[in-house]
Design a protein around this ligand. Structure first.
Ligand code: C2E
Ligand code: MG
Ligand code: MG
Length: 719
């Protein structure tokens, strides 16, 4: 609508009357357009869209009433102000004019000034009305977009009115809504009604603003959540309180909140609680346990072979395995609310780590029982990528005492215990013990020191001879690693080798050992000639064996570099390593054999499937572990086992060495059961390379029977 020059359409068959109107309005800035009758008025209305229409009643072709109602039926004609010119005191025609949609009337004869004011007033009113309608429809649109409706309630009259949008939200047609508070309450979910009533009563009685979320039940039975806000307004005239409120559909917000909560507190892969939520639950359970002088247990669970499964079967299978683990945990434990001091909680801490809280584990025995059940449960194979996959777990257990220890402490203790379970050979459960913490600290210090030990020349080698019991000759020397740390002092291989293996530092260390030992050996050959020890035996770690290509390349390089004869170098491999991944171990051993090396099985009798090991791998020699020989002099059963073992080894075409012989009485026994070689403090302590070079002259080599010759081609007597 043009504000500056409003367009006025005058329809009158009398040209003088039209001229009159024109003269009355145009000086006021209005543009007056003329229509000669009803039909002309309709045509012009459509063509120009005037801001106001003035109609004469009496027109020959179509009277003012009909023209008026026709205009009203046009799209643009609904809101246009229409002024009807009627005869004086013609009440009937005035009434009729209104009925046909006239906005106002003016009686003839018309006064020009009055007409001009009248028209201007009508235009202004219409503008205000338009603005109001527009703002109302915008409000309605805004309400629809925000899914928000408004309502008001007069507690005294009980009149409850809802806006159109609110009606739409709650699924009732405005005309069907009874307009009382009870009618509104009937839409509220039955379980939420007392909350809604209570909040509104509080608002009316105590002027507390109402701000609540409650459910609405739709006619189809589904429900959704609305956020209801209301305030009381005191009406000035009546001094009564009217409650004015809004109601917003917050289903999406609630969903978003739920999604955010899920992301923040749950593991997306398994749906288990995550670290944050678990810690919170553990803290709550701990303070409950502390108040009630109770115990609880935390189990830290880690998969033993997850990396291998992930690497060989792919990440999708790895994920699937984690989901299966979570399902087994859920199935095995009563997972629930732990606040009351009962129930369990399970969480995934990321990777292949899971944590269990047994809130009602009053005793360590109880916790151990559950841990054992879990160990058995996880020992069952998993169907993954069409095959049965085995994956054990290691479990660390920490008991929460009523001593106010934090969740953080308890988790750390359980983690340390889990680490110990791994050390203890995996697939087992271990309780936390405070000395583990001390050991861990020392391990950490040792690890840091180990990293620098090679450059700082802190390693050295000692050699322990292996003796031929028949002749008393030295048939080999075994290189044993020694570490002297400036502050820690002498660190034993039993202490640092496992740590070096865990950190893979054993790979460069083992390479140093091989090179150094070969250099010593070649030096002995130069200085001692034929009197040098016939064979050099070097220990090999499983971690070195895992990097087969690197190991083979290094052995070849050292042989070439030092001039070490391959057939006088023997590598010792412990049995435990072979049982873990027998196929690749065998492949590696064949490659080493091709280089001409000898192979010895170390610590026989301490691993698992010993017989398979002997049968499947090409060893020259088997070293029987000290533990197997324990009690051989006084226990006939021990003797029988060792005897059978030696016989088996000999029958498979290998030689046997008894390790750790300290007692002279054992020599005769070993000989009587056919064990020809021995190593131990009885014959010689491990000695320096220099000491080996200075070993006194030895007797000429005795002639050995063929199998032994194959095992040790040359030997020298130790005086
Ligand atoms: P091992 O290969 O079985 O070595 C024999 C161990 O028994 C040596 O311990 C040796 O000193 C000890 N021993 C020898 N005779 C006797 C005896 O009569 N009585 C007792 N009680 N013990 C005896 P050591 O030097 O402490 O080495 C322990 C283990 O550390 C070795 O067991 C071996 O598994 C590992 N190790 C040592 N040096 C190396 C190395 O250079 N590389 C790797 N990978 N492991 C090594
Ligand atoms: Mg050894
Ligand atoms: Mg050994």
């Amino acid at each position: 609508m043009s504000q500056a020059n409003p367009k006025i359409l005058i329809a009158d068959d009398d040209p003088l009357a039209r001229l009159f109107v024109k003269n009355a309005l145009e000086p006021a800035g209005m543009v007056v357009l003329e229509a000669t009758g009803g039909k002309d008025a309709l045509a012009k209305f459509e063509a120009i869209g005037p801001d106001l229409v003035i109609l004469d009643i009496m027109m020959p072709d179509m009277d003012g009433y009909l023209t008026c109602s026709r205009i009203r039926s046009l799209p643009r004609g609904k809101r246009v102000p229409i002024l009807v010119l009627t005869g004086l005191d013609d009440a009937q025609s005035i009434g009729q004019a209104y009925q046909h949609g006239a906005t106002d009337f003016i009686t003839k004869p018309v006064n020009a000034t009055i007409l001009c004011h009248h028209v201007r007033y009508m235009l202004r009113t219409n503008n205000v009305l338009h603005a109001l309608i527009r703002s109302e429809s915008r409000l309605e649109l805004a309400q629809r977009i925000a899914r928000i409706g408004n309502w008001d309630w007069n507690p005294k009259t009980n009149r409850f009115a809802m806006s159109n949008e609110l009606c739409r939200l709650v699924g009732v047609r405005p005309q069907d809504f009874a307009g009382t508070f009870e009618a509104f309450l009937a839409l509220v979910h039955a379980d939420d009604r007392s909350m809604v009533t209570g909040a509104l009563q509080k608002l009316v009685g105590q002027h507390t603003p109402c701000d609540i979320d409650h459910r609405i039940v739709l006619p189809n039975g589904t429900d959704f959540v609305i956020h209801l806000q209301a305030e009381g307004v005191r009406e000035e005239e009546t001094d009564e309180i009217t409650v004015i409120g809004t109601a917003q559909d917050i289903t999406e917000r609630k969903q978003a909140e739920r999604a955010i909560h899920q992301l923040a507190y749950y593991d997306s892969l398994t749906g288990l609680a995550n670290r944050v939520l678990f810690k919170d639950r553990l803290s709550n359970a701990l303070s409950y346990a502390s108040r009630h002088h109770q115990h609880l247990a935390t189990l830290f669970i880690d998969l033993d072979r997850f990396k291998i499964i992930n690497d060989t079967l792919g990440h999708a299978a790895g994920d699937q395995l984690l989901v299966m683990i979570a399902e087994r945990l859920r199935g095995a434990l009563r997972v629930g609310d732990v606040h009351g001091g009962g129930g369990n909680a399970v969480a995934r801490f990321g990777g292949d780590e899971f944590v269990v809280l047994l809130a009602d584990a009053r005793t360590p025995e109880h916790a151990l029982r559950v841990a054992r059940q879990l160990l058995a449960l996880f020992a069952e194979p998993y169907q993954l990528a069409g095959q049965a996959v085995h994956s054990s777990v290691s479990i660390g257990i920490a008991m929460g005492e009523p001593d106010g220890r934090s969740a953080e402490d308890l988790l750390r203790d359980a983690d340390i215990a889990m680490y110990e379970a791994k050390r203890a050979g995996r697939a087992t459960a271990v309780f936390f013990d405070p000395c583990m913490h001390q050991r861990l600290k020392r391990d950490l210090a040792v690890e840091i020191a180990l990293r620098q030990a090679i450059e700082r020349h802190e390693f050295s080698l000692v050699y322990q001879p292996v003796i031929d019991l028949e002749t008393g000759d030295v048939t080999a020397v075994e290189a044993l690693l020694r570490w002297t740390h400036p502050e820690l002092g002498e660190v034993q291989p039993t202490e640092f080798v496992p740590l070096a293996e865990e950190t893979s530092l054993i790979v460069p260390i083992g390479e140093w050992v091989l090179r150094q030992a070969c250099q010593h050996f070649v030096h002995w050959c130069h200085t001692l000639g034929d009197r040098a020890p016939p064979v050099l035996s070097v220990n090999m770690s499983r971690v070195q064996m895992l990097q087969a290509d690197r190991l083979v390349a290094h052995v070849m390089a050292v042989l070439a570099e030092t001039g070490m004869p391959a057939n006088r170098l023997q590598l010792e491999i412990t049995e435990r390593e072979l049982t873990k991944d027998p196929l690749s171990a065998r492949a590696l051993m064949h490659r080493l054999r091709t280089l001409g090396l000898r192979l010895a099985l170390d610590d026989f009798g301490t691993g698992g499937s010993t017989l398979t090991c002997l049968r499947d791998h090409p060893f020259d020699l088997v070293k029987i572990d000290r533990s197997l020989l324990h009690g051989i002099a006084d226990n006939p059963d021990v003797l029988a086992v060792v005897h059978a073992t030696v016989t088996l080894i000999e029958n498979l075409g290998m030689a046997s060495v008894a390790e750790g012989v300290e007692d002279a009485a054992h020599i005769g026994i070993l000989q009587s059961i056919g064990c020809r070689y021995a190593q131990g403090f009885l014959f010689a302590l491990p000695m320096s390379a220099q000491a080996v070079a200075e070993m006194p002259a030895m007797a000429p080599t005795p002639v050995l029977p063929p199998p032994m010759l194959q095992a040790y081609p040359v030997s020298h007597r130790l005086s």
